[in-house]
Design a binder for this molecule. Sequence first.
Ligand SMILES: Cc1ncc(COP(=O)(O)O)c(C=O)c1O
Length: 379
Amino acid sequence: MKLGTKLIHAGVSPDPSTGAIMTPIFQTSTYVQSAPGQHKGYEYARTQNPTRDALQSALAAIENGKYGISFGSGLAATDAIMKLLNPGDEVIASNDLYGGTYRIFTKVFERYGIKFQFIGMQEAENIRSYITPKTKLIWIETPTNPLLNIIDIAASAKIAQEHNILLCVDNTFASPYLQNPLDLGAHIVVHSATKYLGGHSDVVHGAVIVKDDALAQQLYFIQNSCGAVPGPQDCFLVLRGLKTLHVRMQRHCENGAAVAQFLRQHPKVDKVYWCGFEDHPNHHIAKQQMKSFGGMISFTLKDDSQEAAFKVLSGTHLFSLAESLGGVESLIGHPASMTHASIPREDRVANGLVDSLIRLSVGIEDVEDLIADLQKAIG
Ligand SMILES: Cc1ncc(COP(=O)(O)O)c(C=O)c1O
């Protein structure tokens, strides 16, 4: 089955009691048993919920995995993956990551004795020199947030497999429409489903998808034992969002390409970060592992003062100044003071995330209006 069909049909079937075509929101905390231990497969809603089950099956299908595991947020999903590790274990992570991921790694899990190395991974081979006998996990985002670097998933997976290390790919920026990391050898895919999967800026949700039976059992155990489960209404909203992912993503990509080209030829714009440009350092890898290049773009102005960037950030009308991304509406953000403020400034700047960087999540409005909005704000 192809992705568009899976997005609409996977995991869902008409409700047997009414024929409702949409999976009902099972807003219940518990399920009645006919005798002690005799039930219909559902005991208590932290452990199982039918709305969540439908979503988890859909998530597994669209990432070409076997198991989907849902969480109350993307970071709750990350938290669950980190709980696969033990004190003393080491993680190699890319040095361009969502700020909240960096924060949970350094401020929460370092306290539990897990060691993190943040390294440049544009050359996947670079990973090798950081591997020690204690390395248990490689963590990548691609495209990265916010610099849109591309990391070679297949090459990273090969290194991980050679050393018996897990590879986790945060696929939030690409979505399963653009790439399927499990097909390229990754062991774990994680999503902030708050973004493209939900797609309408109305829900916070996280997802983990795996193929391996034992890994799935461990993750379901952590989901139930630690309890960061999503509510059924949120599962319903993500399920509904999935049904249009392919149509939305196609438009995000078209609009993203047009906005990136517009910015690149603008005399006041300095650098434009978008993996669709042929001279992007890893464009050839993006072309191999992605279907298209997405709607996330970052840029700087020739006037590199924070004041000039702030003028643009508060000068748009259709691009709303807000954190988050991946919704139908366009957003503009300032990573240094918003999404990535939790990364120390010297680390941020060393990796290229300067104070004047502006990030766009290009929505699915009419692109002429979006370009006119940016033109007005940039001047
Ligand atoms: C790439 C990426 N991963 C993970 C997260 C965390 O997800 P959530 O906000 O749903 O907890 C975000 C949030 O912005 C993100 O951009």
